[in-house]
Design a binder for this molecule. Structure first.
Ligand SMILES: [Zn+2]
Length: 212
């Protein structure tokens, strides 16, 4: 066990940090509504996930884009999502880190090549959505398991096609925390429309048809 709280690695981090008088906190038992806005990136916020995993981004790092949480609300929504979706997936499918959870407006604009005036309405900007993949199952199998076992607002199998390989695409899952509106339990796929070659949303979990 390398990543768990009882692991040696964990113990070493804690010791090193404590030497400087600060350090990571174990927030796993703390109600999501009370998680402090600022803290150590290595704070444990669920059984197997740490604070940094909720807003890390390669693109933000490469381009120097600020992807800190806008307010505590987005962070707390992400913690709620982590505990209700990411953690059960971890327990079923094994170790992984999410591709993307929170995305600031600046990161959304960079990602989608939009002008400074554009506002993203993606649930990623609210901390209410994650993009995940696991090593032990295809994205289709992962999405089917989530559809059957977890609560969510939208579950979207994105860009999955057998032609591109069983691990193509990713799974987008959103969940609104209590007080933020009804969770719709929508199941969709984002697939290539063979007629136009463009990607479209369709109902259910389906793979992209092969290219003509
Ligand atoms: Zn997404």
């Amino acid at each position: 066990m390398l990543d768990g709280p009882a692991g040696l690695l964990h113990h070493r981090w804690r010791k090193g940090k404590n030497d400087k008088g600060d350090g990571m906190a174990d927030l796993r038992e703390m109600a999501w509504q009370r998680i402090p806005e600022h803290g150590d990136p290595q704070d444990w916020i669920s059984g197997n996930f740490q604070r940094w995993e909720l807003n890390t981004s390669d693109l933000a790092a490469r381009r120097g884009i600020d992807n800190r949480f806008a307010t505590a609300d987005e962070l707390r929504s992400a913690v709620h999502l982590c505990r209700e979706v990411m953690q059960p997936v971890r327990e079923k499918f094994g170790r992984y880190s999410p591709n993307s959870v929170y995305r600031s407006q600046a990161l959304e604009r960079a990602l989608k090549n939009k002008p400074a005036s554009w506002i993203s309405h993606s649930q990623h900007t609210l901390g209410q959505a994650c993009d995940i993949e696991v090593h032990s199952a295809t994205n289709l199998r992962l999405a089917r398991w989530i559809a059957e076992h977890l609560r969510f607002d939208q579950l979207i199998l994105e860009c999955y096609s057998a032609e591109a390989g069983p691990y193509s695409g990713w799974v987008h899952v959103s969940l609104k925390p209590p007080g933020q509106g009804r969770n719709r339990a929508e199941v969709l796929s984002y697939v290539r429309d063979p007629a136009t070659g463009r990607y479209v949303y369709v109902n259910g979990l389906v793979e992209s048809p092969p290219a003509p």
